[in-house]
Write a protein that binds this ligand. Structure first.
Ligand code: FMN
Length: 203
């Protein structure tokens, strides 16, 4: 048997476009077990690490919230809710807690804005994180998993940052939920015309 040949450029482009254009987000409440194996998750995280990174600062990191820690995350969500609304009724508290138990795999994406670097201001760091997360979502999709980025007001609470041990200059940006999609909901994609214009220099 001859050794396998790398795909031709056109095949690679077709594969990449098929992967990108067929991806869709799946809400955490529609993500059931099984989640990715440790090896599949490693593959996704390393795909994230292939994203552009100006000055190689690695301006982001991911924190895995293991199944055993979901109850503690639920407590955090309730605490954050009560900080915002001390009179939040019990059903609202239960709903906040439930969110911590959705999706078999859950990561927290953290942006690192310090130490400051003159060539890499905060917007570039968020772009780098977004690019990494996009790679991760695509790797998940390519492996047959559903995934979605979600955020929420709890992430902005000081107590949340403390509980996750965030350093100075670190920001919790969003969660990445991963699992097996129980339902597919595709959204319309914008055309190139809606996304790109030609520059004409102002006089
Ligand atoms: C950083 C970030 C946080 C997000 N947080 C939420 C969220 O909390 N709730 C939500 O419904 N969608 C959220 N979204 C949007 C979804 O992840 C998803 O992109 C959107 O529903 C479009 O679906 P699609 O990926 O299939 O196009 C967020 C997106 C980003 C980039």
């Amino acid at each position: 048997m001859p050794p396998p040949q790398p795909p031709q450029t056109s095949e690679l482009a077709e594969l990449a476009l098929a992967l990108i254009t067929s991806r869709f987000s799946v809400s955490p409440k529609r993500l059931a077990p099984p989640g990715p194996s440790a090896l599949q998750l490693q593959c996704m995280v390393e795909a994230a690490g292939c994203a552009p990174d100006h000055e190689l600062l690695r301006p982001w990191r991911l924190v895995r919230i293991a199944p055993a820690q979901r109850a503690a995350l639920g407590d955090l969500f309730v605490r954050a809710l009560l900080e915002r609304d001390p009179a939040a009724p019990l059903p609202a508290q239960a709903q906040a807690r439930d969110k911590a138990f959705r999706a078999p795999e859950l990561l927290l994406a953290v942006a690192r804005l310090e130490p400051v670097h003159a060539n890499v201001p905060p917007p570039e760091r968020y772009v780098a994180l977004g690019a990494g997360l996009m790679n991760l979502l695509l790797a998940a999709h390519g492996q047959g998993f559903g995934a979605m980025l979600t955020s929420g007001l709890a992430l902005r609470s000081a107590h949340f940052a403390q509980a996750f041990g965030l350093d100075r200059g670190e920001e919790a940006v969003c969660f990445v939920a991963i699992g097996t999609a129980t339902e597919v909901r595709r959204r319309r994609r914008p055309s190139a015309n809606e996304l790109m214009t030609e520059w004409s220099p102002s006089p």
